[in-house]
Design a protein around this ligand. Sequence first.
Ligand SMILES: *[C@@H]1O[C@H](CO)[C@@H](O)[C@H](O)[C@H]1NC(C)=O
Ligand SMILES: *[C@@H]1O[C@H](CO)[C@@H](O)[C@H](O)[C@H]1NC(C)=O
Ligand SMILES: *[C@@H]1O[C@H](CO)[C@@H](O)[C@H](O)[C@H]1NC(C)=O
Ligand SMILES: [Zn+2]
Length: 542
Amino acid sequence: MLSLKDKDKPIIQKLLSAGCCSRCVLRFCCVSVQAAYRRPHQHTLQALKAFISDTDNSKPKETVASGCEQENNKSHDVAGPELPEDPPVKRAKLEPGAAVGPSEEEAAAGGGMKDEESRVCVVCLGILQDLCGTAQAAKIAEAVKTEKYEFDTLVLSVSLPAQLCVREHSCWLHVKGELRQKSIAVDKDDVIQVKEAFKWIMQGLVSKELGGVGVVTRSPFEVGVEFTHPETDADCHFLASTCPDCFKPTKNKQSVFTRMAVVKALEKISEPKFLQRYPCPPAQPTSSCIPQDIQCLHVSVFVAGRYNKFCRSLPQTPWLIDGERRMESSVEELIAAPILSAFRADGFNFSSSGREDVDVRTLGNGRPFAMELLNPHRSRLSKVEMKQLQEAINASSEKIRVRDLQIVTRDAMSRMKEGEEEKTKSYTALIWTQKPIQREDITFIDDIKDLTLDQKTPLRVLHRRALAVRQRVIHSMTTRYLDSHHFHLGLKTQAGTYIKEFVHGDFGRTKPNLCDLLKTDTDILELDVESVDVDWPPSIPE
Ligand SMILES: *[C@@H]1O[C@H](CO)[C@@H](O)[C@H](O)[C@H]1NC(C)=O
Ligand SMILES: *[C@@H]1O[C@H](CO)[C@@H](O)[C@H](O)[C@H]1NC(C)=O
Ligand SMILES: *[C@@H]1O[C@H](CO)[C@@H](O)[C@H](O)[C@H]1NC(C)=O
Ligand SMILES: [Zn+2]
């Protein structure tokens, strides 16, 4: 069951006396039988001790070939009780729940074993000891349940203190000498990683605590387990002098001693230098790692639709000047609030196909928009629920309406932005003229087709956009006379055309402009977007 061989004995001996836990011994012996790690570590310790003290070599030992020098077959996880007799263990069957009676366990716990069992492992710092079992699994499950996520599967992610790599390296050098003497070639990569062993043990336990939900290797729902060990944080520090380049301060990282940086530094440091600067085997810690709060994270969900805006005093995004709000709400906030609560998301990013000014309405079929919902606790809504959500948004304010609301993929979202400039948009503008006009004075405008404009970046957006001259096309225009100083102008334009600037000319920065065409000053009093001709997202039949 432990799939160990006689030639592992000196290594096991060495690791145990160095203060390694039984599961770390298995790791360094490259045992890749997952079930071996799932047994109580105290039992494994006893089994290992029995194995190394068993000098009877007459029986063949090699039952399961998964030692380091053999090809590792990690999918080989079938080693169960049906395997041939466990050669290393004579005194008891070690299958959990099998023949081990309480009296036997008690007996084993006595006899001087107690101290050794409660010693914190020098390599895993307790992670593969008592931080890895039913109690920890229950804690993880509890955290997940508390947050009331909806999910089908989850993936466990494990974050370990960086100094574990230093200790692992030290321990590796410690046994490497032994292996070399025996001329056994072993690759460090064959050593089972702490993270891997932790998952082998915990995945099933967490799954059980959560009523059988799949704990898998890829899932949109990630449950993060993090351990720290302040007592040994200084373990990494000597590496800063051996590889200053490896440890560059980065933003949003508390310490330069990240796991990646430490791994890099360990790759660069020579063996003698390491041994000079760091104890081998590592020093005995007094305490176990500290488990941090469990972090749950669901990948983003994307929601798209089209919105109407019926109000001339509503900005698209919160309008803040020096951190102070200028308008009480915004299109994105009105739309987002009900969606966030339906998906129980932590936040959102909003984007849309173009945008309208605060005083511009968006009518017709509306403007396509998409939202990224961050860390949604719910990720699926039925068609009916989606319609109810749409209704809730519609009912929440007179200022906006939403249609075609749907869940989309991340890729689909970028499609909204693609080729945006090629699309057409239709507008209606209320125009004022300085000189009095008659009906006939404006009809010639209806005949203008594909008028190309040169637009210098408007003065009003120059503070956030680079100065450039851009060409835009007005495909067609229609006029509707109101009185001697007013008419309605309908425009069909290339997306990205600045309509206001076309009307008032922006001090000659847009050429030609309506003032030139009508030979009088003109201004724009009202503007409505009539349609945004982007065929995404697909329309949803009522
Ligand atoms: C690994 O084990 C599985 C099942 O025991 C077997 O099907 C597969 O061929 C093995 N792969 C290698 C590389 O030995
Ligand atoms: C989305 O929003 C989060 C925080 O609200 C931000 O950190 C992130 O950069 C945004 N992502 C995109 C693609 O805009
Ligand atoms: C919400 O309002 C839009 C625009 O008026 C309409 O097309 C849509 O059907 C409404 N949605 C619901 C669910 O009432
Ligand atoms: Zn250990």
